[in-house]
Design a protein around this ligand. Sequence first.
Ligand code: AMP
Length: 211
Amino acid sequence: MIVILMGAPGAGKGTQANYLKDSLGFRKISTGDILRKHIAAKSELGKKIETIVSAGHLVSDDILQEVLRQEIEGEKNANVVLDGFPRSQPQAEWLEENVDTTGVIHIDVGQEELIRRIEGRLTCEKCEAVYHVTDNPPKKEGICDRCKAKLVRRKDDVRSSILVRLDAYDKQTSPVLGFYKKKGKYFRLDGNGKPATINKDLLQLMKKLER
Ligand code: AMP
């Protein structure tokens, strides 16, 4: 099955995608992680997109479709969780034409809580595990529990960029939820609680999607 996680920045898509990977063995495809790797490696693509990503804008649909096409090829029968794609109507239409998706899980979180979460977020520079300074601190400060690499603040997790990202979500991404509702592929997950509660609710939803 190919499950799409959608939600505003800070909603917990990465955390829940990691949970599906660790608990159910899903392959996680995070377009944000892939783009950040290109930026860190200073690849041709990385150089082209660096300023766009750090300012919080969306990268072009053509680039994202090509990135995803390469990742998803040969994965038609696997269990895959998509984190961060689609983020615009053209991306959603392209995805539905090319991939047999199972459904969208919309992690719904209030705006103030989103900002609070992003401002306290720490990300592992190696395995992309996600922590929060107060809600979900690592066992040892600054070190990833999973792979022992360094925890960093994402360059786009600063207020100026957060506001641009929330605006891009409202204008370009949230209309896509209506597209999936019309297809009967929309499932809402309340993302306001503690990660463990959300994990449990997510597993219940996954059972519905399997049917
Ligand atoms: P994320 O890690 O999902 O928050 O993504 C970080 C950044 O990568 C976004 O703010 C965008 O600049 C870029 N990005 C990731 N996925 C997409 C996408 N599907 N379409 C356009 N830009 C994207």
